[in-house]
Design a protein around this ligand. Structure first.
Ligand SMILES: Cc1cc2nc3c(=O)[nH]c(=O)nc-3n(C[C@H](O)[C@H](O)[C@H](O)COP(=O)(O)OP(=O)(O)OC[C@H]3O[C@@H](n4cnc5c(N)ncnc54)[C@H](O)[C@@H]3O)c2cc1C
Length: 421
């Protein structure tokens, strides 16, 4: 809802991802002049790619469970998500004219699974509301007089704004625009920025040539992974993942990726245990594998007796010493708890998201940088991480709103009252 006040105050939003677009929406609804600057030729590129395999917008699980996914940063994100949580996000998408549904494991998707309809409807609404978009404008910092400095198609451009929202994303998938170059600018201003680390990433495993040639790209479905770190913390999760040329990736690996990455950093490697037959007890496996196999090959015996075949059999042979091939108790133990050593996270640029970013200690509860009054930060550029499952987009949008509401409060009481939903 546009205000009756004239647009005498201006806010610059830098970064046209979900966080920046959401900030722009809150600001324009309050009636301020909004200029959104984006380094790429178009906005929302990572948001669009997020919809490639099905856009997981948010999660429909109970609040406590939802918040637990933000780990160490839960206390900072909880008040932000309380102002715009999973239900608010779903209602917001519905108001764009797009329905949502709750899929397996309570994940929430838009009908059609894609980002494009949401992004198109959203951009149209923002254009109509009066947001000024400036694409191919890369922010380079501040001039001495406080003006924002951009590299634009016509050359350097300097603009002044009454408040600024920085929403330039994390450090993965650089080709989509989130290059993390802002880190140097903010660090030079004395702001603490935690180094980027890959999050929701794959991991390297040393596969034999035969194994990777045969099974690259093959999924392992309905398996259970467990992992105990060197401090004794234990995690166990069911799901699926994929064998890659270099190792493993996929939702089950991503769900554990923060703990696995931190363990590798601390101990040099992380050993996951894979249960390839979750419906079977070890005792039952031993009994079935102990039955005489006659003239059958061991591979056929495994397939018929305990349904281990294909990539699962490949994994078993990959990690079982030859001398144990005929030992039913050994094989059963390996089928239930196959140890797979993960050697390194895949590079940051390949990761779905990044950990690290602007330290929360640098910000007040409105997400304003304490040492840069009038400058606010939002989205993945803040120092938090969460597994895939819609937690990323929800917190990016929620923080975009809080930063914008903070900017309105900063502009003064006349503007603060004009925030609308
Ligand atoms: C393959 C993939 C799948 C994903 N799937 C999901 C999913 O299903 N669910 C989910 O919740 N999340 C998912 N994500 C993560 C999600 O897309 C991001 O967390 C989210 O887009 C981050 O939003 P943001 O606005 O903070 O940053 P971004 O979306 O990264 O946007 C930042 C913007 O700032 C611009 N920018 C950067 N530097 C400058 C500069 N100096 N000047 C001007 N502009 C600049 C960038 O070009 C970019 O457009 C996925 C990510 C990937 C890569």
């Amino acid at each position: 809802m546009a205000s009756h006040l004239s647009k005498t105050r201006s806010v610059a939003v830098i970064g046209g991802g979900p966080a920046g677009l959401m900030a722009a929406e809150v600001l324009i609804q309050a009636g301020v002049q909004v200029d959104l600057y984006e380094s790429m030729p178009s906005t929302g590129r990572k948001f669009l790619v997020a919809g490639k395999g099905g856009l997981n917008l948010t999660h429909a699980e109970p609040r406590e469970q939802f918040l637990s996914n933000y780990g160490d940063r839960r206390s900072q994100l909880e008040p932000i998500l309380d102002r715009f949580g999973p239900d608010d996000l779903r209602n917001w998408v519905h108001r764009l004219g797009i329905e949502t549904f709750v899929g397996t494991s309570q994940r929430v998707f838009p009908v059609g699974m894609k980002t494009a309809p949401i992004l198109h409807a959203w951009l149209e609404r923002l254009h109509k509301a009066g947001v000024n978009f400036h694409v191919r404008h890369k922010w380079l910092g501040w001039r001495r007089d406080g003006c924002l400095w951009f590299s634009a198609p016509e050359g350097d451009r300097y603009v002044s704004a009454d408040a600024t929202i920085l929403a330039m994303g994390g450090g993965s998938w650089k080709r989509l625009g989130s290059t993390g170059e802002w880190v140097q600018i903010l660090t030079e201003c004395g702001i603490t920025v935690a180094s980027f680390k890959p999050s929701n990433c794959g991991f390297d495993v040393t596969w034999s040539k035969t194994f990777k040639n045969r099974y690259e790209g093959t999924p392992l479905k309905a398996v259970v992974l467990s992992f105990t770190d060197s401090k004794g913390h234990f995690i166990r999760k069911q799901g699926e993942f994929i064998v890659t040329l270099n190792g493993v990736e996929g939702s089950l690996i991503y769900a554990l990726s923060a703990q696995l990455r931190d363990e590798i950093e601390a101990a040099g490697q992380a050993v996951i245990k894979l249960d390839m037959a979750p419906g079977w007890s070890k005792q039952r496996l031993i009994e079935r594998l102990s039955q005489p196999r006659g003239s059958q090959s061991l591979a056929n015996h495994l397939r018929k007796a305990v349904k281990i075949q294909g990539v699962k059999a490949g994994l078993l042979w990959e990690f079982t010493p030859k001398q144990n091939y005929e030992d039913p108790a050994y094989l059963a133990a390996m089928i239930k708890e196959l140890p797979i050593p993960l050697l390194a996270p895949r590079p940051l640029d390949e990761a779905i998201s990044s950990a690290g970013g602007v330290a929360f200690e640098e910000l007040n509860e409105q997400l304003m940088v304490r040492s840069l009054p009038g400058v606010f930060c939002a989205g993945e550029m803040l120092d938090w991480e969460a597994p895939t499952g819609g937690y990323l987009i929800t917190a990016c949008m929620a923080s975009g709103r809080v930063a914008a509401q903070g900017a309105l409060a900063w502009l003064g009481p006349a503007w603060e009252g004009l925030q609308s939903g």
